[in-house]
Design a protein around this ligand. Structure first.
Ligand code: NDP
Ligand code: HSE
Length: 428
C-alpha cells in the first residue's frame, strides 16, 4: 500500500474534533477508498490543555498555528475560522510551502479565494473546500464534477443552517427569535459571531463560492446584496402560512446578459416548492443546467459529523491524487463579470407594515402602492394590539422591484407607520 497521506490539523473545535472522530471511526473504510491511510500527524488550537473528549496523545502539538505549514505533513487542514488572521496566514504559508490545503472556512474563501486559488495553481497543489458550502452536502463536487458539462444559469437555496433552524422552530413552535438563536448556538452550528448567520453574511459567503463554481466567474462576495432574518417576527410567519407560504432565508445567484446577480434575502417560499419543506439545520441547493435540467442537493448543512464528513472527503480525493483547479477551471479563466443592477428585477413581494390603527392608514399605503404602479394581490389586516398598533400584510402582483422600493420610499417617515416595514421577496 502507498505511503500514508500525512495531515496537519489546525482547529480542534466542533469541526476539527469531528474530523478526528471520522478518521478514527471509519479508518479501514477510508484507507481502502483512499488507497492509502490518512493520518493526522500534528494538531494546533488555542488552548493545549482544554478537555476535548478526544485523545490527542498520538499527535505532535504545535503552539503556533502558522508553523503547521512547516511540519512534516503533505496537507494542512484549517478549521479555525475567520476571514483573515491565523487562518489566512496558515493558508498562505501552506501553499507557499507547496502543500495541499483543505478548509471549511467560507469567510476566508469569500474574501481571499481567488488569491488562494492562484497560489495553489502556481505550485500545482490541491486547494479544497467542500465543507465550506452547505456542510455535509457534496454540492461543490456535484457542480464542479457532476454538472461540469452544463452551462448553469441559476443556483439558489437554503445555505444557512442556523437561520433555517430558527425559522422552522419559530414556525413549528411559535417561539421567539432570540430564544431559538440560543438553542442554535448550543447545537454548535452557529458561527463564532452569530450576526454572520442571522444577517445573511454567512449565506452570502457561501453563495459567492457557489456562483463562482457554477458560472465560471471570479468570486464576487462584495456584490452579494445580503440581509437576514432579524426582523422577521412570528406574525410574518403566521401571515405567510395563511397565504400559502413558508419563510426561508434564500441565497440566489444568476448569470446572464445583465451580469452577475447575487442576493441573500428572507423569501416567502410557496408550500409546494421543495425548499418549503427543508427544516431544521438542513440546507438545500438547486442548480439549473442547460442539459441536466434542475438538480436538487439536500442534507445536513452544519454540525460536527456532516461537516467533518465533507472535510475527510476532500482528504480522500487528495490521497487518490484526484483534484483539479479549485473553482472548476483555472483561476485565469474565471470571468470578471460585472454585477447586475438589482432594481431591474421583477417579482412579487410580501410587505408587512405595523401601523397606527386609525382612519386613512390603509388608504395611505394603497395610494403609495398605486402611485408607484404596484398592484396589490392580497391584503390582511390584524386587529390592534395592546399598544394600539395593527399589522397589515400585503402580497403584490409581479412588479419591478424598483417600483416597490419607490412605494416604500413614499411611506418613509409617515406618521401612520409605527415601525420600519418588512419586505420579503416571493420565490416564484
Ligand atoms: P469552533 O469555534 O468550534 O473551533 C475553532 C477552533 O479553532 C478551536 O479549536 C479553537 O481553539 C481554534 N482557534 C480559534 N482561534 C484560534 C487562534 N487564534 N489560533 C489557533 N487556534 C484557534 O469552530 P467550528 O469548528 O465550528 O468552525 C471551524 C470552521 O469551520 C469555521 O471556518 C466555520 O465557519 C467552518 N464551518 C463550521 C461548521 C459548523 O457546523 N460548526 C459548518 C461548516 C463550516 P480552542 O479549541 O483551543 O479554543
Ligand atoms: N453557521 C453555519 C450555518 C455553519 O449555520 O449554516 C455551516 O456553514
Amino acid at each position: 500500500m502507498a505511503d500514508a497521506l500525512r495531515v496537519a490539523l489546525a482547529g480542534l473545535g466542533t469541526v476539527g474534533g469531528g474530523v478526528i472522530r471520522v478518521l478514527e471511526a471509519n479508518r479501514d473504510l477510508i484507507t481502502r477508498r483512499a488507497g492509502r491511510p490518512i493520518e493526522v500527524v500534528a494538531v494546533s488550537a488555542r488552548d493545549r490543555h482544554k478537555d476535548r473528549g478526544i485523545d490527542l496523545s498520538g499527535f505532535e502539538w504545535v503552539d503556533d498555528t502558522t508553523a503547521l505549514a512547516r511540519c512534516d505533513a503533505d496537507v494542512v487542514v484549517e478549521l479555525v475560522g475567520g476571514a483573515d488572521g491565523p487562518a489566512l496566514a496558515l493558508a498562505r504559508a501552506t501553499l507557499a510551502a507547496n502543500k495541499g490545503f483543505v478548509t471549511a472556512n467560507k469567510a476566508m474563501l469569500a474574501h481571499h479565494g481567488l488569491e488562494l486559488a492562484q497560489a495553489a495553481e502556481r505550485v500545482s497543489v490541491p486547494l479544497k473546500f467542500e465543507a465550506a458550502v452547505a456542510g455535509g452536502i457534496p454540492v461543490i463536487k456535484g457542480l464542479r464534477e457532476g454538472a461540469a458539462a452544463n452551462a448553469i444559469s441559476r443556483v439558489y437555496g437554503i445555505l444557512n443552517g442556523t437561520c433555517n433552524f430558527i425559522l422552522s422552530k419559530m414556525e413549528a413552535e411559535g417561539r421567539d427569535f432570540a430564544d431559538v438563536l440560543v438553542e442554535a448556538q448550543a447545537r454548535g452550528f452557529a458561527e463564532a459571531d452569530p450576526s454572520f448567520d442571522i444577517d445573511g453574511v454567512d449565506a452570502a459567503h457561501k453563495l459567492s463560492i457557489l456562483s463562482s463554481i457554477a458560472f465560471g466567474t471570479q468570486p464576487a462576495f462584495g456584490s452579494v446584496a445580503a440581509s437576514g432574518i432579524r426582523h422577521v417576527i412570528a406574525a410574518d410567519i403566521a401571515e405567510a402560512a395563511a397565504l400559502g407560504y413558508r419563510v426561508r432565508l434564500v441565497g440566489i445567484a444568476e448569470a446572464n446578459g445583465r451580469g452577475l446577480f447575487q442576493r441573500v434575502h428572507a423569501h416567502l417560499v410557496p408550500n409546494d416548492h421543495p425548499l418549503a419543506h427543508v427544516t431544521g439545520s438542513t440546507n438545500a441547493v438547486v442548480a439549473e443546467g442547460n442539459f441536466v435540467g434542475r438538480l436538487l442537493f439536500q442534507g445536513a448543512g452544519a454540525g460536527d459529523g456532516p461537516t467533518a464528513s465533507a472535510v475527510v472527503a476532500d482528504l480522500i480525493d487528495i490521497a487518490r491524487g484526484e483534484y483539479g483547479p479549485p473553482y472548476a477551471m483555472p483561476a485565469a479563466s474565471l470571468a470578471d463579470m460585472p454585477a447586475a443592477a438589482e432594481g431591474e428585477r421583477r417579482g412579487r413581494a410580501y410587505l408587512r407594515f405595523t401601523v397606527a390603527d386609525r382612519v386613512g392608514v390603509l388608504a395611505e399605503i394603497a395610494a403609495a402602492m398605486r402611485d408607484a404602479n404596484v398592484s396589490i394581490e392580497s391584503l390582511i389586516q390584524r386587529a390592534a394590539a395592546a399598544d394600539g398598533t395593527a399589522l397589515v400584510a400585503i402580497v403584490t402582483h409581479e412588479a419591478p422591484e424598483a417600483n416597490v422600493a419607490v412605494a416604500l420610499e413614499r411611506l418613509r417617515g409617515s406618521q401612520s407607520l409605527a415601525g420600519e416595514p418588512l419586505w420579503m421577496h416571493i420565490l416564484d
